[in-house]
Design a protein around this ligand. Structure first.
Ligand SMILES: [Zn+2]
Length: 302
C-alpha cells in the first residue's frame, strides 16, 4: 500500500512539474502589437510550425499573446506598433507591455510632428522609438526625415530600435517595392552613430546575415546593442547557432538581447526561447544575459 502511495505521489509531482511556469525571467525586446484586422481572415499559418492562429477579434489577439507571455515567464515586453495598438496592449497589462512607437506602422500613419513626438513620450504613450522598418520603404536611419527625431531621442534618452538585415522571400515583389537587401546593412547607420554618440540603439535581427559588418559596428560603437529576433526561430538552427556563436566568441555576449518578433504567431515565442535554451555553446550565464540582464541594462528595467 505504501508503495502505491509513493507511486501516486511521484506521478502527481511529475505532472505538477510539467505544468510549472519556467523560473527563468525573460524580457522580449522585439514584440509587435497587432490588431485582428492587420491580417487576412483566417490569419496565415506560422511558416515554421504551420499552426494557424485561432483568435477572432482584437480582444482575443491580446488575450492569446498575453497568455503565451505569462506561460513562458516573459515579464517585460517592448511592444511595437501604432499609438493606438500599443495603448490597447498596454492597458491589458501595464506592468508587462512597454510601449514602442513603430514606423512605418500597419496603419500607414505618418510620423507625428516633433512637438507631438516629445509630448507623447512625456505622457508615456511610448517609451521606445521602433521598430523602425525603414528598409521596407527604401530608407535607412540616415534619411533626413529621421534626423530631428534622432536628435530628440539622443537628448531625452529614448532608445531607438532599427530593423536591420533582410526579410521574407518575395518582399520586394509583394508588399514593399522599395525594399532592398542592401539597405539592411548595419554599416549604413555609421554616420548617424557619429552624429549622435549618446543615442541608445538596438540593431534588430542582429544585422543578419551581415556578420562582419555588424561585428565591426558593435566593436567600434559600444553603445550599440543587438537583438536576435526572428532569426532565433525562422532560420535553420545550424545557421542561427553559427551566427550567434560568432558574436559570442567575438566577446559581444553582454550586448545581445532576446526577442521573438512574433508578428501574428504566439507560438513563435516558446519556439524561439527553446532554440536559445538549446544552443549547445551558451553557458548558463550567457543565456541569462541574453534572456534578461542585457535588456534590463539597455532599457533600465529594474
Ligand atoms: Zn524587423
Amino acid at each position: 500500500m505504501r508503495l502505491l502511495y509513493t507511486i501516486i505521489l511521484c506521478v502527481i509531482l511529475l505532472a505538477a512539474n510539467q505544468n510549472k511556469i519556467p523560473t527563468r525571467k525573460i524580457i522580449d525586446v522585439h514584440f509587435h502589437a497587432r490588431k485582428f484586422s492587420d491580417f487576412a481572415n483566417p490569419p496565415p499559418p506560422n511558416p515554421i510550425t504551420g499552426k494557424i492562429p485561432k483568435w477572432k477579434n482584437d480582444k482575443e489577439v491580446i488575450e492569446m499573446m498575453l497568455a503565451t507571455l505569462k506561460n513562458n515567464n516573459v515579464v517585460k515586453v517592448i511592444t511595437a506598433g501604432s499609438l493606438t495598438t500599443i495603448q490597447d496592449f498596454q492597458m491589458a497589462d501595464p506592468e508587462r507591455f512597454i510601449p514602442s512607437l513603430g514606423y512605418p506602422d500597419m496603419e500607414n500613419n505618418p510620423l507625428p510632428d516633433t512637438a507631438s513626438f516629445i509630448r507623447n513620450f512625456r505622457e508615456k504613450k511610448f517609451l521606445v522609438f521602433g521598430e523602425l522598418g525603414l528598409q521596407y520603404v527604401g530608407k535607412t536611419l540616415a534619411d533626413a526625415e529621421l534626423e530631428p527625431y534622432l536628435a530628440i531621442c539622443e537628448r531625452l534618452g529614448i532608445p531607438v530600435a532599427l530593423h536591420t538585415g533582410m526579410s521574407f522571400p518575395n518582399t520586394t515583389y509583394t508588399c514593399c517595392p522599395k525594399f532592398r537587401t542592401s539597405l539592411g546593412n548595419p554599416q549604413l547607420i555609421e554616420e548617424v552613430l557619429v552624429r549622435h554618440p549618446k543615442m541608445k540603439i538596438q540593431l534588430m535581427h542582429m544585422g543578419f546575415p551581415y556578420l562582419q559588418e555588424t561585428k565591426a559596428i558593435l566593436n567600434v560603437y559600444p553603445q550599440v546593442y543587438a537583438d536576435i529576433a526572428v532569426i532565433d526561430w525562422t532560420r535553420p538552427a545550424a545557421e542561427f547557432y553559427s551566427y550567434l556563436k560568432s558574436f559570442i566568441e567575438g566577446g559581444f555576449g553582454k550586448r545581445i538581447m532576446y526577442g521573438s518578433d512574433q508578428m501574428a504567431w504566439e507560438d513563435a515565442i516558446p519556439l524561439s526561447i527553446k532554440n536559445v535554451e538549446n544552443a549547445p555553446f551558451l553557458t548558463e550565464e550567457q543565456k541569462q544575459d541574453i534572456f534578461y540582464n542585457n535588456a534590463a541594462r539597455f532599457y533600465n528595467i529594474k
